[in-house]
Design a protein around this ligand. Sequence first.
Ligand SMILES: Nc1nc2c(ncn2[C@@H]2O[C@H](COP(=O)(O)OP(=O)(O)O)[C@@H](O)[C@H]2O)c(=O)[nH]1
Ligand SMILES: [Mg+2]
Length: 239
Amino acid sequence: MALNKLRSYRHKVLTESLVDDVDFTSRSTSVPTEYLFKILVIGELGTGKTSIIKRYVHRFFSQHYRATIGVDFALKSIDWDSNTVVRLQLWDIAGQERFGNMTRVYYKDALGAFIVFDVTRPATFDAVVKWKQDLDAKVSLEDGTPIPCVLLANKCDQTKEGMVNSVAKMDEFCKENMFSAWYETSAKENVNIDDAAKTLVSQILKYTAQYKPTYLKSKGQVILNSVMSSEDKKNNCSC
Ligand SMILES: Nc1nc2c(ncn2[C@@H]2O[C@H](COP(=O)(O)OP(=O)(O)O)[C@@H](O)[C@H]2O)c(=O)[nH]1
Ligand SMILES: [Mg+2]
């Protein structure tokens, strides 16, 4: 498998260099493996993508609506188990939704995604298939299968409209459209966001467990920077 196609990053933390007089052989078993996963958060404008990220990463919610232009990043670190640390780079499309298709560069190297809709606005659910098709057309796993994607039915603290009221129909919809799972979430009331993230991460770990990636974390930073290339800025420009 070509290294340049590998989309997971794993490295040992070099904590040893910070400590004098340490027997390295006795410490080596306690050094956790770190993973860095790029996760996309996509869906229609105003569905709560930024609010979900803020709630998940900063444990914070605000009614204040602020649509930014560009791409926001947030980093969430999870102590997955005693041997594993997972770092999620959450990519928030931050107002680009109204320009239609996201560029390929934005999706590049993502290993997982959340697609968000607003349970009070059925039109945002109608757009979910479009988002999923766009995602699957632009990024896939090494074996060609879609990247793990969890559907978030957000604002469940409010009255739900449309198909989201039928669990059976939603389950069927997710199966047909190859979602790993779906959750009713509320960024406002902090409902199910941690659980949805755990499901997504466990799906990704299942996939990455097949490989022994040798990339350093610094490679991940290169990919992070590449999204701000001049070509990408030009393609996304609103003026
Ligand atoms: N009631 C409620 N409002 C929410 C929830 N999540 C987001 N909002 C509100 O919906 C609006 C749009 O949220 P935002 O995160 O900016 O959406 P984005 O455009 O998808 O990033 C804001 O006024 C939020 O306060 C939620 O779970 N419940
Ligand atoms: Mg936003």
